[in-house]
Design a binder for this molecule. Structure first.
Ligand SMILES: [Zn+2]
Ligand SMILES: [Zn+2]
Length: 396
């Protein structure tokens, strides 16, 4: 009937279903493996005794101890000026999001050199002292994270709160070696810091920025996607060309497969576009004109029976008109009042059908701008956490 036997068709359908289920299963499994976890804390080690309480006593947490800088911002202090404003905003948004969803305080500090602050000592000693003076992380969980880049010392450190023990040191070393150092060696400080912060967030929270609320399946697919991405573009090409070609061929086959007349059984003939139009209504012609729907007209050469197939476009700015039912209604949106982080906004949408002249207008509420995409999530100081010197270092 369709050029293939029912048995072959059954096999094709079965194959597609099996492949689909395998794909879904794989996506789900990877999604489960990468689901957000509470931060797993290792055995607690006693914090190094750089008393933080006295230094935090003014409630601002902003006072610099001898030998180290103070902070001006809870998320990014770019004293070495390695980041442009946009990068700083992006990083801050990711760190705020991390804090909102997991409670983990992660902060990024860049400095020119330690000696600028009169500090004489190692990268590690500097990081631990700074961590404990600032009091990074929740005081009970001790789950804070400091990313320190010392530009002209050519050294960096990811210092972890005492709550992690030494369980995560290797992960942090991996992030440093994989993301930070290769870029730093090529003088790409901003890229290195952005990739490194994302990598650190993934290791600490088990989730990429922006995916805390996404479904298991979606997380799985995006993790697989990242894996494939790292394989390089040429492999994508190898995979996608035949896949895309097959999908396109299949769609064409579905649409132009030979069909027989339902009345007399004769093979029907596809009419060309000009003949088409004569058999279409005004609304259908308009749909074709605005490309929201495509029509094919088949005619039986022996009994002249007509068959019209409708192919709605996947993407079209035209909606279906509630009055005439043709997909010929355009919409126009005007913002009446923009949304802010504290109040919702309003927009008016005007609808107009180009077939029957139906018009309508509605006012809709625009949701508040989510906090994680703007600065200030209500926190005014670090949580008083401490580090016992865990983490990892790198130099370039
Ligand atoms: Zn016929
Ligand atoms: Zn209409």
């Amino acid at each position: 009937m369709l050029g293939v036997t029912p048995r072959t068709r059954g096999r094709i359908v079965f194959g597609i279903v099996v492949l689909g289920l395998l794909g879904l299963g794989l996506g789900y499994a990877v999604g489960m493996m990468t689901r957000p976890q509470g931060v797993e804390l290792g055995v607690e080690r006693p914090p190094v005794a750089y008393a933080t309480d006295a230094m935090q006593a003014d409630g601002q947490g902003n006072s610099a101890a001898p030998g180290i800088p103070g902070w001006r911002d809870l998320y990014v202090n770019d004293y070495a000026d390695l980041l442009d404003d946009d990068a700083e905003t992006r990083i801050r948004a990711q760190l705020e999001e991390l804090y909102e969803y997991t409670g983990v305080e992660m902060t990024v500090l860049t400095i020119a050199r330690r000696s600028d602050y009169g500090f004489e000592g190692t990268n590690e000693a500097f990081a631990t002292r700074l961590f404990n003076t600032w009091g990074i992380g929740n005081a009970e969980a001790n789950d804070g994270v400091l990313i320190l880049v010392s530009r002209f010392d050519r050294e960096m450190r990811i210092e972890l709160g005492a709550g992690y023990g030494s369980a995560r040191d290797d992960d942090m070393q991996w992030v440093i070696d994989e993301y930070f150092l290769p870029n730093f060696r090529a003088d790409r400080y901003q890229i290195g810091i952005e990739q490194g912060v994302e990598g650190t967030i993934r290791e600490i929270a088990g989730v990429s920025p922006g995916q805390y609320e996404s479904s298991t399946l979606w997380r799985g697919f995006s993790t697989i996607g990242r894996g494939l991405e790292s394989l390089g573009g040429w492999l994508w090409g190898l995979l996608l060309v035949p896949l895309g070609g097959a999908a396109w061929t299949f769609r064409r086959w579905l649409r132009y497969r030979p069909r027989d007349c339902g009345t007399c059984g004769t093979r029907m003939v596809l009419q060309n576009e000009d003949v088409d139009d004569a058999h279409l209504s005004g609304g259908q012609r308009l749909e074709e004109f605005v490309r929201s729907v495509d029509y094919d007209v088949y005619e039986c050469p022996s009994c002249n029976r007509m068959e019209i197939s409708r192919y709605p476009a996947w993407f079209s700015s035209y909606g279906t008109c509630p009055q005439c039912d043709y997909r010929t209604m355009s919409s126009d949106t005007e913002i009446l009042e923009a949304a802010t982080t504290t109040s919702t906004g309003r927009k008016r949408i005007d609808y107009q059908c180009h077939n029957c002249k139906f018009t309508d207008s509605e006012v809709r509420t625009i949701p508040k701008v989510s906090k994680s995409s703007s600065s200030g999530s209500g926190r005014s100081s670090f949580g008083g956490g401490s580090s016992s010197g865990g983490g990892a270092s790198g130099s370039w």
